[in-house]
Design a protein around this ligand. Structure first.
Ligand SMILES: [Zn+2]
Length: 607
């Protein structure tokens, strides 16, 4: 996302932050200190190979191939315009669950992919969809949100507006669609009569109201930066979910049990953005504490959470219970969108090597085992929704076409490039957070620096980084050393061992005067380990190798009941395939992200 511009005086910060909350003590961070690490712009990073690039290319092609007339049909119908093309089906149509809901997310994802790849076809499609959407706004500027003659109870204005905003923001800032800025103001104008006076929490997964005011502040803050329209900022502050979510989190209380999982997890991005925009440290503390709660109490080994879309009550063995009571374990594209954005906000807020490494480790876990593991969509609106972790499972499509996860799939995958590198705000260093073939350009000190990463990780343990400053420049390359290592990481510079500390669970700092052609070789020896599903069931484990969750392929029915000698008895079979002799036949273990159509088992009983 665009780097934040800070145009407000300190007094304005204090005033608005005070108005935003009844919390008596507000710690205001100076703008310069809020974000010690910065994301690189999409345009500065390209994927060049490996599993993320393969997934990214497939998603790029899939969304580029969606038919514009079909995507705009329900918008045109509601505007009384000619509406050629076939119905989309599922959630998306006039009588669907949430008509037209994901259009803004498709626009957003295509703009992000266009920005990183330079693909003109993406930008053209973004332009055409924005222009087609603009033509449906009408005199009330409400487009599809115009209340129908007989209002249906499930018209979700905030849910859909949030997606319109993000699509228009990305179209304006990443695809240079000039019309999009003006449309942001018009959509806001049209939204005013539809928006509730106060923010409200969603009551639940099954009970209305579904509409989620609290998912909007992140994009409202950004829309204010893009347009300068102060109403966006006022609304952003109004809809922050302080009382129910951020206040308890900042006081170290746990507001999650029983809450709808995705909408509250994505609301954490709004707190991240609120910290950047307002400087109130409450929001930073809140998402730091949310990260701890999610990763220590809610999370499966994959990095997913929220069985049946609901956060569990911890310490009761509910994650274990979920293996036999549901197959809806993690709402994958939506949940991974929330989890990856949360981790990136947290990385941006700290230069502490241990903290940052923790966020980076979990980001890597979520990327490999949730979004990368999503079943590929088909061409007719069938999308992957829930990851299933119960025995002998299959990856299946959601029963309704064009669900919410079709919108977050393209956005999460489009964000792959911005997870890889971060830049120190003082321009004195670069952080390599994700190991995957890629290239990046950034400014370090006064020099333009190009970084190229070559690796077959996680299939292999070695990573090569080529550093090319425009002229010799002294700076630090920070390398994430994962906490799961059981053998020492090895770092060499230009073929010679580097004298740097590389403790697991930190970023190792390699500082020198870099010359064009310098090379870093990093070895991260991956080994197998098991992770228990929860503290009540230490013998029920998932199999991990480095950041990657392995599952048993086409398992025998009783595999999950018998006891396996994991991980000690595993033998290599092929690259990223391992086998254990079980009851006279071979059980094959492969990364969960490689499974498409086979059945698989995720959790086992340890011998
Ligand atoms: Zn979803």
């Amino acid at each position: 996302m665009k780097q934040t511009q800070f145009n407000f005086s300190r007094r304005t910060f204090l005033k608005t932050a005070a108005a935003a909350t009844a919390f008596p003590e507000i710690a205001i961070a100076e703008p310069s200190g809020r974000e010690p690490l910065r994301e690189l712009p999409y345009a500065s990073v390209q994927l060049t190979g490996g599993p993320f690039k393969q997934h990214y290319d497939a998603i790029h092609a899939h969304y580029l191939a969606l038919d514009n007339d079909r995507l705009l049909k329900v918008y045109r119908q509601r505007a009384g315009l000619p509406a050629p093309g076939a119905d989309m089906g599922g959630w998306y149509d006039l009588n669907g669950f949430v008509p037209g809901h994901a259009l803004g997310q498709y626009i957003s994802g295509l703009a992000r992919i266009g920005s990183s790849t330079g693909d003109h076809a993406c930008h053209q499609k973004v332009h055409d969809l924005v222009s087609g959407f603009g033509a449906t706004l009408g005199p009330e500027n409400q487009s599809i949100l115009r209340p129908p003659p007989n209002p249906k109870p499930n018209l979700w204005p905030c849910y859909i507006l949030d997606k319109h905003f993000v699509g228009l923001i990305d179209a304006a800032t990443l695809s240079n669609v000039a019309e999009a800025r003006g449309l942001l103001d018009r959509v806001l104008e049209g939204a005013k009569p539809l928006l509730p006076e106060k923010g409200r929490d969603r009551i639940g997964k099954k009970k209305p109201p579904y509409d989620e005011t609290y998912v909007m502040p992140e994009n409202l803050f950004t829309a204010h930066e893009v347009t300068g329209n102060p109403v966006f900022r006022e609304l952003a502050i109004r809809y922050l979910l302080d009382r129910e979510l951020f206040d308890p989190l900042s006081r170290n209380q746990d507001p999650f049990p029983g809450q709808h999982a995705y909408s509250h997890a994505i609301a954490l991005s709004s707190a991240g953005k609120a910290y950047l925009a307002l400087g109130d440290a409450k929001y930073k503390t809140a998402i730091q504490s949310a990260f701890t709660l999610l990763t220590t109490q809610q999370q499966y080994a994959s990095g997913g959470w929220g069985p049946n879309e609901t956060f569990i009550t911890p310490h009761r063995g509910e994650l274990y219970d979920s293996l036999s009571t549901t197959v809806d374990h993690f709402e994958t594209p939506c949940g991974s969108y929330a989890a990856t954005k949360l981790a990136r906000y947290l990385l941006r807020f700290t230069a502490d090597s241990r903290q940052a490494s923790q966020y980076g480790d979990n980001l890597e876990r979520v990327l490999f085992n949730t979004i990368l593991a999503a079943k590929a969509p088909d061409s007719n609106g069938d999308y992957f929704y829930y990851s299933t972790y119960s025995p002998s499972a299959e990856k299946v499509y959601y029963p309704s076409k064009w669900p919410c996860c079709s919108g977050t799939l393209v956005q999460t995958v489009a964000d792959y490039p911005v997870n890889i590198y971060f830049q120190a705000a003082d321009h004195n260093g670069v952080y390599v957070n994700l190991y995957t073939p890629s290239q990046a350009e950034l400014k370090v000190g006064s020099a333009a620096v190009q970084i190229t990463q070559e690796t077959e990780y996680p299939a292999k343990d070695t990573i090569a980084l080529h550093i090319r400053p425009a002229h010799p420049t002294r700076f630090t390359v920070h390398l994430r050393i994962p906490a799961w290592l059981t053998q020492a990481a090895v770092i060499a510079v230009n073929g010679k061992p580097a004298a740097v500390v590389a403790s697991p669970g930190t970023f190792a700092a390699v500082t020198r005067t870099w010359h064009a052609g310098d090379r870093i070789d990093l070895t991260l020896p991956q080994s197998f380990r098991t992770e228990a599903i929860d503290e009540q069931h230490p013998e029920t484990v998932a199999l991990m190798r480095g950041p990657v969750m392995y599952v048993a392929l086409n398992p025998a029915n009783n595999l999950s009941k018998d006891r396996l000698a994991l991980p000690g008895s595993l033998k290599p079979l092929a690259s990223q395939a391992f086998t254990e002799n079980y009851g006279g036949h071979q059980v094959i273990f492969v990364p969960f992200y490689q499974v498409q159509n086979d059945t698989y088992t995720t959790y086992f009983n340890r011998a």
